[in-house]
Design a protein around this ligand. Structure first.
Ligand code: FES
Ligand code: FES
Length: 161
């Protein structure tokens, strides 16, 4: 099936089997490197991206379901405050790993898109589908809350790209 997906502002067209996952389209067709596969059970959240502004696990979505839609990865966060959010969250992660970071950033963006005045408890609950094996989440959550507090409430509406 011929599909076309906009990834971080560029259009990618390909013939794909109906069973191809979005996460594989991103790596094999769009050649993105920031969307990670960290499990085979849809539990880790490392593959999270935005599809038309909504955070989804790209290992849990078929590429054909994203046909004609706009996918944003952490590499596509060129506008503020999304860019600062990504920088601050990624800075909290151990430099030797950081595997979970892009997925956490994209989940946070999806949460802020729905509700810009997220408190710490709601944010922690919203991030329960993202696993970090290296940190205790404290620095990550603080970075998100801090960035959200500095941004205009309507600044998260476009999904950050
Ligand atoms: S790879 Fe783990 S949730 Fe998608
Ligand atoms: S920094 Fe290693 S999994 Fe989060």
């Amino acid at each position: 099936m011929r599909i076309a997906i906009n990834v971080d502002g560029d259009n990618y067209e390909a013939d794909v089997e109906p069973r191809v996952l979005l996460v594989h389209f991103l790596s094999d067709v769009a050649r993105t490197t920031s969307t990670h596969i960290g499990c085979d059970t849809s539990n880790c959240g490392s593959c999270t991206v935005l599809v038309d502004g909504e955070a989804v696990k790209a290992c849990n979505v078929l590429a054909v379901q994203a046909d004609g839609r706009r996918v944003t990865t952490v590499d596509g966060l060129v506008q503020e405050p999304a860019r600062s959010l990504a920088e601050r969250v990624l800075k909290q992660l151990p430099s030797e790993c950081g595997y979970c970071g892009p997925g956490i950033v994209m989940t946070a963006l999806g949460l802020l898109h729905d509700r810009s005045d997220l408190d710490t408890a709601s944010l922690r609950a919203g991030l329960e589908g993202n696993i970090c094996r290296c940190t205790g989440y404290v620095g990550i959550v603080d970075a998100i809350v801090e960035t959200a507090g500095e941004a205009q409430p309507d600044a998260w509406g476009t999904g950050g790209s």
